[in-house]
Design a protein around this ligand. Sequence first.
Ligand code: ATP
Ligand code: MG
Length: 400
Amino acid sequence: MNTIVVRYSELALKGKNRNWFEDMLMKNIRKHLTNLGKTRVSKIYGRIIVETEGSPNKTLTILKYIPGIANFSLAVPANHDLEEISKIGIELCKKHLPENTDTPIRFKVSARRSAKEIPQNSQEIAMLVGGKVLEAFPQLKVDLTNPEMELGIEIWSRERSILYLEKIQGQGGLPCGTSGPVMSFISGGIDSPVASWFMMKRGCKTTYIHFHSYPFIGEQSRQKVIDLVTHLSRFQPKSTLYVVPFAAIQKAIKESCDEKNRTILYRRLMFRIAEELKKKIKIQAYVTGEAVGQVASQTLENLACTQDAASIPVLRPLIGMDKAEITELAKKIGTYEISIQPFADCCTVFQPRKPEIHGVVEEVRDDEGKADLEALIWETVEKTEVLHFETRVENKFWEE
Ligand code: ATP
Ligand code: MG
């Protein structure tokens, strides 16, 4: 059995909701670890303990992607006997210290005692155990401010405690499902996968929608979005992707509306179709990867024109970011390599020579009214493909 202690971030701040948040995080951890063999997830005040018979490396990798986890450690369980704890501490350090070298290593013991049953306080425990470890390894030099090696001890109630050497960074944020559900507009570009990740990190269960312009656009761009959602499925237990055939709508817009308004109208129609799907599934906001001024179509006027077709908030987590900042995040999340594959998006179909940059809501609405879209929207929703994704993890992804 491997023991992992999981520490969570903002949960502790949530007052009365604390239990609910903790339970949601435990439920998510269980779902993410389903395929890893026998696993027990339990909580002890302020911590979640994962005990698993599965591969420790795989378990650690999976935990790196679960929103709501601040950090975690592979740990060795112990009781309250400080002699025993010191022995385990020495064993742990032995495994991690380079062999046959007496190069000095800066070292620290930090202890946290939530059980009041033992007489020593945290500092005394750290001194006592630290003393024994220092005796065993003369190359260790105490450095409380900048240690290279830190032995952590947590003393819990009911005769339980743990020791660990390394804290692995988690995603932070909030557990999936603790905020409302959203629908993320995913295009296959660099931005929208990053926008989706931001919302998942804020606890929003994210459903994806992609508009595809087959036969004007090839099958590869659809596959690219499937690859992106597959990758993003690391961050929540289950995901759904709606793939909407958009060509007929684009053709109708081309035939009946002003050329300069096409890009705005495509976007408005995306919202109108999402509004239809919203009648069947619970969504409280839409998410896009837009940033002010990033491209000509993303002016404040045009954002107002497109948002006008939505009845719920349109969240734009990247709104104030530079392309370079977004790109850096895409690389960190791991979506960048998929996003840069050169397959066109539906927005490039019948692109206007001179697109409207300062759209006016009333004018755009009037122009949209020239096309007969009601029946077409209904038909499009009927033909929408629904794909389901389970969480998945490869061994190596989150680069250190
Ligand atoms: P991205 O890198 O996300 O493609 P972008 O900078 O290329 O963004 P646009 O193509 O103008 O910008 O798209 C702005 C936003 O509109 C996207 O971030 C996405 O949320 C949404 N969007 C664009 N095309 C599609 C599509 N085919 N399906 C779903 N949403 C889309
Ligand atoms: Mg795009």
